[in-house]
Design a binder for this molecule. Structure first.
Ligand SMILES: [Zn+2]
Ligand SMILES: [Zn+2]
Length: 443
């Protein structure tokens, strides 16, 4: 499979603003109005975009206005919110190159979109998602993974039946829910963690990230002549997970659980297997506690999470009742049991029964389970539960004994970085996590 040259990609930068302001540094070109530079502002008036520049000159359009950036031209956007709804939320001026497109989102709300060549987008993403002191072969691995993930989702967007849609199936006995890559309608990807973190040229572009993207230009993971949907998460916990534990019920050969280490193990089958596995300390690439090493791999915001390979969380019964009530909107009454019903290869639960005095429900899949059982998110759904009871046999507290961080499907980021440290090439790392793939240059 070959794509005709490097595609352009559209990234939604601002999507919820009554008005925006910025500055064109260098020349930007519009088909009708010619060359424009300097400060600008834009808002929606009576359903139309009203773009104001130099001494109150105005352009108006009912659909969209596009400005093509000249060579070396950049544009600034003022007051862009970053880390939306996280504790580090703040506003900053961001800088981009490429084209700027304004669109009407809805009544009174404007969307600002950055259109750029895919490889430029990747350089910015790898710079902001990864620590620049991470090993080179790891950055190359991630460049190929991010590129494949993105192209697979762009190609899938045009299809009717897609595996990457969100879904919620509810009966009075069971809730199964998973979160897909919702199709953005006005652009290909957003600039937030929902897709991949993108800040254009705002932060310093790391030289190593740039080199990793350039050296892997056009390279993607392929399986049976199709670009792979290369999922990734932080740390598998020693064994990677199957696609169906987190998303639709489909077996995807290259997204099926594997041992994340030099010693091959078989997948988890029984509850006893799970308990033994979580209580053991297996040789695995992501079984790493060296603080200096982790510092080089993880971006600052992730470094607070240190015990991710094996972890433990305890709640009093009342605490857990309150968390579940808040997260699910359901009142289970006095909690009695939290029982795993079905697990995937890595031990991650995708069907879990929660039983209380008023209600008993089965929930899934892995992310919904993690969401219900923590004020934020439980690190993973690979856990077993123990309960302490009082003399009347009522539960006093629940303890979750767990393994891994994230859904565990596909590439294990921490494991991959450790492999790179030990001298494995990007090619070897990718073929370890995605069985049966080929690496191919498509442009
Ligand atoms: Zn998104
Ligand atoms: Zn791992």
């Amino acid at each position: 499979m070959v794509i005709k040259g490097e595609p352009n990609i559209t990234v939604g930068i601002l999507d919820n603003m009554p008005q925006v302001a910025g500055n064109f540094k260098g020349n930007f070109y519009n088909d009708y109005y010619g060359s424009i530079s300097g400060k600008f502002s834009a808002k929606i008036v009576e359903g139309k975009i009203l773009f104001t520049y130099r001494n109150n000159r105005q352009i108006s359009s009912s659909r969209e206005i596009k400005f093509t950036g000249g060579h070396k031209a950049t544009f600034q956007l003022f007051d862009v919110t970053v880390g939306s709804s996280f504790h580090w939320e703040r506003k900053e001026t961001q800088i981009f190159k490429g084209n700027m497109i304004l669109k009407v989102r809805r009544k009174g709300i404007i969307a600002v979109i950055n259109e750029i060549p895919l490889e430029d987008y990747l350089i910015s993403v790898i710079s902001s998602e990864m620590n620049s002191s991470a090993p080179e072969e790891f950055l190359k691995t991630h460049a190929i993974v991010s590129r494949s993930w993105l192209l697979a989702s762009l190609l899938e967007k045009n299809k009717k039946h897609t595996l990457s849609k969100s879904k919620k199936i509810i009966s009075n006995k069971e809730i199964a829910r998973w979160y897909g890559r919702e199709d953005h309608d006005l652009f290909d990807v957003c600039a937030d963690d929902h897709c991949q973190r993108y800040h254009g040229l705002t932060k310093k572009i790391s030289y190593k990230a740039q080199k990793a993207v350039q050296e892997t230009r056009g390279l993607v993971a392929m399986y049976r002549n199709k670009i792979c949907d290369t999922r990734y998460s932080k740390a598998c916990g020693g064994f990677t997970e199957d696609f169906k534990t987190a998303w639709a019920n489909k077996r995807i050969p290259y997204l099926t659980g594997i041992s994340d280490g030099p010693i091959q193990r078989s997948p988890i089958k029984t509850e006893k297997d799970t308990i033994n596995w979580i209580q053991s300390k297996p040789h695995a690439y992501c079984n790493v506690h060296n603080k200096n090493l982790l510092k080089k791999i993880l971006p600052d915001s992730d470094r607070k999470t240190q015990n991710f390979f094996r972890w433990k969380v305890t709640y009093t019964r009342e605490e857990l009742e309150n968390i579940i009530k808040k997260k699910s909107g359901l009142d289970f009454g006095k909690l009695k049991h939290v029982t795993p019903l079905q697990r995937g290869s890595s031990g991650r639960i995708f069907r879990l029964r929660i039983a209380g005095s008023k209600k008993s429900i089965v929930i899934g899949k892995e992310l919904e389970i993690r969401r219900w059982l923590s004020p934020t998110h439980l690190l993973s759904s690979a856990f077993f539960v123990t309960a302490k009871k009082d003399h009347r046999g009522e539960v006093k507290s629940f303890t979750f004994h767990g393994a891994g961080w994230g859904h565990g499907v596909g590439l294990c980021q921490i494991g991959a970085a450790v492999m790179a440290y030990r001298g494995f090439s990007a090619d070897k790392i990718l073929k370890h996590y995605f069985k049966g793939i080929k690496i191919q240059k498509i442009y």
